[in-house]
Design a protein. Structure first.
Lengths: 448, 264
């Protein structure tokens, strides 16, 4: 494809030259002719998942493909920094490559201690300057991080759950005929949650004669969930917590303001209601076996903010038999902020808190932490006892890998595993979902 | 040598903690033969070989990569030659082994290695109607299986195997086998499968025996066609037929196979 584009560019350049040739002087034509091409760099970590041991070197292979019709000469260097930007290694060497050819470079970084590191591969060549940025990890399961659990954390949540229990759920399950077919029934589920707010979700029940395991999915950050028709082995329940999808009729905040809504106090933050919504959704599932749900086989899953919601749900409701999360937001929020503020430009979600602080001079990061400590999923992690699987993208700036592993290492589960996508940002590769399916098959003894 | 077409699941990891139980019934009959040059020879009147086999295959996923596999066949067979009929029956060669998933391709295609031991569950006192070679043996197998890419054929899957089997008798035999399998889903519940096995069995013992389970030096190619129906997530059944289309120093056998696959 790149080659085709190259030919198109060459052809256009040629035709442009012909068109303007009558007006241009020869010396001007020669002076304006720039070599057309590209250098394509592919990075291959020595470990497929880019997670190395602290006992050995970190190694990469770089496949450099010079598509220019002229040789490229210059410098190649690589620099390694930890996730707080502190440089730990750098090496520079001469590099040359013939025209239209491929060269492989072996890169070695001396062994590093447990953590995550950004490695910049920099090429400064005749016609080409570029930096390829990758992230690798070293023994992330050895990472330790202190919890920021307030002394009254458990009491706070016990009280919050008691408040929720005083609200009658008034479950309403309505068959959606237009969405149902011969293979499945789709229901709109409505219920009352914290502060009497009505929240909604979509229940999809495949027509089977036996009680089926349940996939409880929680939403990302201001992401509306629709019915989940990927129902190979599961009944699916997608809950839209307050302010998401079809639960936006009362609370409808934009993405910029959602994270900080009510952040002034631990009882006023939107996340108190959001977390309790998740527990209310769980109560719905466990109280409705008559819909075909096998309530002994329910797992909770989510991505990004949904990952966080899944963590706190599995932590506070021990009835879940599995927890599957991808790129969990807010994990080790204090570290998240520390890493996030090292970026050239703060990224989501830290940038929203920064903007909030700009507009609210009376608030400080410490005040925000004093609230978020009650909502940091890392502080819930030890309460999770069911099997866990987690997938992360190593280039993720929203949910830095070290934050995710800080939480992962705190999980109280006997069975937990992780998956990394070295070249992805705030997402995980398709292979993760295939692995998750294998994992679910094992947890629930599913048959194909 | 009969080869039961029971490989609709072979090569795929069973899955940790899960079990597969496959009882199958096999009817096989042969009258004509391929001679040592591979030419068809019509059987004389009153000669032939029939067998009714029952096999129990069991597999258990010990881990994500490791499966335990056990197969126990039973047979009742009749061997007719020169007006004399010999019957014999009993358990034949037990096969037990471990299959290890070497690598997967996006969890859709799997490369596995299997090592098995073969143990005869009989003694060949009735030499005119032996139930097998009466020898211990071992088998090494490599299999590659999985889904066929959707953009190529939708709803299709495959399995390929190559194996080497060695019986520990002085005259072996050594057997080299290849197996290809193709399955196509007609609907959510129905499928057709086509497979073929090729075996080359090598031994210093070149003799031909009307009791084909005793022949040690032979080769054959046997395709089979089956229809499968999934009754529910735990039970599927396959019915099929097979025929020996080519061979050397072996019987031209054909028959039918019925198997039930229980996912437990």
């Amino acid at each position: 494809m790149k080659r085709i584009l190259l030919y198109i560019v060459l052809a256009l350049s040629f035709s442009a030259g012909v068109t303007t040739g009558a007006l241009a002087q020869d010396d001007e034509k020669e002076g304006s002719t720039l070599p057309v091409g590209e250098v394509v760099i592919k990075t291959i970590p020595g470990k497929k998942n880019a997670i190395f041991s602290d006992n050995g070197d970190v190694d990469y292979k770089l496949k450099v493909n010079n598509l220019y019709q002229i040789p490229q000469d210059g410098d190649f260097s690589y620099r390694v920094r930890n996730d707080l930007g502190v440089q730990v290694y750098e090496k520079r060497e001469k590099f040359s490559i013939g025209k239209n050819s491929v060269k492989t470079i072996s890169v070695k970084v001396p062994k590093q201690k447990a953590g995550f590191y950004n490695i910049d591969f920099r090429f400064n060549l005749t016609e080409y300057d570029d930096t390829v940025r990758r992230t690798f990890g070293v023994d992330p399961e050895k990472l330790k991080s202190p919890l920021s659990k307030p002394a009254d954390f458990d009491a706070f949540w016990a009280k919050a759950r008691k408040e929720l229990s005083t609200i009658k759920p008034d479950y309403k399950v309505t068959l959606q005929k237009e969405l149902s077919d011969n293979n499945r029934k789709v229901y709109l589920v409505e219920m009352r949650s914290y502060r009497n707010l009505i929240i909604r979700g979509w229940l999809v029940v495949p027509k089977e004669s036996y009680k089926q395991p349940v996939h409880y999915r929680l939403p990302g950050y201001v992401v509306g969930l629709n019915p989940n028709f990927d129902t190979n082995h599961f009944i699916t329940f997608n809950l839209n917590v307050r302010g998401n999808g079809n639960s936006q009729d009362v609370i409808n905040l934009g993405t910029d303001d959602y994270a900080t809504a009510g952040i002034e106090h631990k009882d006023s933050t939107i996340y108190k209601g959001v977390y309790l919504d998740c527990l209310r959704g769980a109560d719905f599932l466990f109280s409705h076996p008559e819909l075909g749900l096998d309530t002994s086989k329910i797992f909770v899953e989510g991505s990004s903010q949904g990952g966080t919601l899944a963590v706190i749900t599995a932590a506070m409701d021990k009835r879940f038999k599995g927890l599957a999360i991808q790129v969990p937001l807010y994990a080790n929020f204090r570290l998240d902020k520390e890493i996030g503020l090292k970026y050239d430009t703060p990224e989501f979600p830290i940038k929203f808190f920064n903007r909030y602080l700009d507009k609210h001079p009376n608030m400080t990061w410490e005040k925000i932490f004093s609230v978020m400590d009650y909502y940091d999923p890392q502080n819930f992690a030890q309460m999770v006892k069911c099997p866990v699987i987690m997938g992360i993208g190593l280039l993720d700036k929203y949910c830095p890998p070290r934050c995710s592993f800080s939480m992962f290492n705190q999980f109280g589960s006997k069975s937990k595993e992780w998956f990394t996508s070295p070249e992805l940002t705030h997402e995980v590769a398709f292979d993760y979902y295939m692995l998750q399916n294998v994992w679910l098959g094992e947890q629930f003894r599913l048959v194909n | 040598m009969m080869v039961l077409p029971l490989c609709t699941f072979a090569g795929w990891p069973i899955g940790k903690y899960r079990n597969l139980v496959v009882p199958s019934f096999n009817y096989y009959t042969a009258k004509n033969t391929f001679d040592t040059q591979g030419k068809k020879v019509n059987g004389v009147a009153g000669s032939g070989f029939d067998s009714y086999g029952f096999n129990i295959f069991f597999a258990r996923g010990l881990s994500r990569r490791l499966d335990l596999i056990v197969s126990v066949p039973f047979v009742y067979q009749t061997n007719r030659s020169g007006g004399v009929t010999n019957n014999s029956s009993g358990a034949t060669d037990l096969t037990a082994g471990l299959s290890y998933l070497i690598l997967n391709n996006h969890y859709e295609r799997f490369l596995s290695a299997q090592l098995s031991a073969i143990a005869p569950l009989y003694s060949n006192k009735n030499t005119s109607s032996a139930l097998g070679y009466g020898s211990y043996g071992s088998e090494a197998k490599i299999s590659f299986s999985g889904n066929i890419a959707k953009h190529f054929i939708k709803g299709a899957y495959f399995n390929t195997e190559i194996y080497y089997r060695r019986y520990f008798n002085q005259d072996g035999p050594n057997q080299y086998g290849a197996y290809v399998f193709f399955g196509y889903l007609l609907s959510k519940s129905n499928q057709v499968t086509l497979d073929a096995v090729a075996i080359k069995s090598v031994s210093d013992n070149k003799s031909f025996n009307q009791n084909i389970t005793s022949i040690k030096d032979f080769s054959l190619i046997k395709p089979s066609l089956s229809f499968g129906h999934r009754f529910n997530r735990r039970l599927s059944m396959f019915v099929g037929g097979y025929y020996t289309v080519a061979g050397r120093n072996t019987a031209i056998g054909y028959g039918t196979n019925v198997s039930a696959i229980f996912h437990l």
